[in-house]
Design a protein around this ligand. Structure first.
Ligand SMILES: C[S@@+](CC[C@H](N)C(=O)[O-])C[C@H]1O[C@@H](n2cnc3c(N)ncnc32)[C@H](O)[C@@H]1O
Length: 213
């Protein structure tokens, strides 16, 4: 796994990194996700949309979003400047807007509205999930969707990729139901769960019809 920047290189923001969310190594990540374009289409991303990839890492899914929305708007947000630099270089041919910032304060770096905010492979590590969901709600369009890609809560020793156990520790993995419960207080409800073989699901959340006043 690639390490998050040390306190020496990122003194101002190092405390803000979510635990257990380092960017996976590229070899097994691409073996696990051979078709990112198919994944984002399956999650409801469509041409012309305005989309945000929250905690975008090296931009692997952001690039898929950009290819899918075409002339829409694609923003990739991450707290790691080195990963954003890699993303910018790797996908220079795509119209992605790369932003350095903290996912807990999206509106500072990425004002909406967005049709879709995607958080892939990161939600398990967010300490205050309700606060994150509130930050997402603030930048979503009224009919917008918050989409979370999570590992199913299977034991880590069973989720093999290229012959080795991969992904977050077993105890960090959340079911779709537990994820819905974690964000319901921020005004989200389950819309759809899309299985993403072999080890993940995509949870599509919409704003609840009944919102707090
Ligand atoms: C496991 S990687 C997933 C990257 C990408 N979403 C993917 O699925 O390929 C998690 C990412 O979250 C980023 N991250 C961690 N804490 C963050 C925060 N507070 N705000 C924004 N990004 C953060 C890390 O820098 C890392 O790039």
């Amino acid at each position: 796994m690639t390490s998050n920047p040390s306190p020496e290189t990122q003194p101002a923001v190092s405390d803000a990194f979510f635990p257990a969310t380092s960017m996976p190594d590229i070899d097994w990540w691409r073996a696990l996700w051979p078709d990112p374009d198919g994944v984002v289409r399956a999650l409801g991303v469509a041409s012309g949309m305005s989309v945000l990839d929250l905690a975008c890492g090296d931009g692997y899914f952001t690039a898929a979003l950009a290819r899918c929305v075409g002339s829409g708007r694609t923003v990739g947000l991450d707290l790691d400047p080195a990963l954003l630099g890699q993303a910018r270089a790797a996908y220079a041919d795509l119209p992605c807007d790369w932003r350095l910032g903290d996912a807990m304060a999206i509106h500072h770096s990425c004002p909406g509205p967005f049709d879709i905010v995607l958080m892939a492979n990161t939600f398990h590590g967010v300490p205050d999930k309700m606060a994150l969901a509130r930050a997402v709600a603030a930048v979503l369009a009224p009919e917008g969707r918050f989409v979370i890609i999570n590992w199913y809560p299977r034991p880590r020793e069973e989720t093999l990729v290229l012959g080795k156990p991969r992904g977050p520790r077993t105890e960090l993995r959340l079911s779709p139901e537990a994820t819905v419960n974690a964000v319901a207080g921020a005004g989200f409800e389950r819309h759809l769960v899309v299985p993403l073989e072999p080890y993940h699901y995509g949870l599509i959340l919409r704003k609840s019809a009944r919102q707090d006043p």
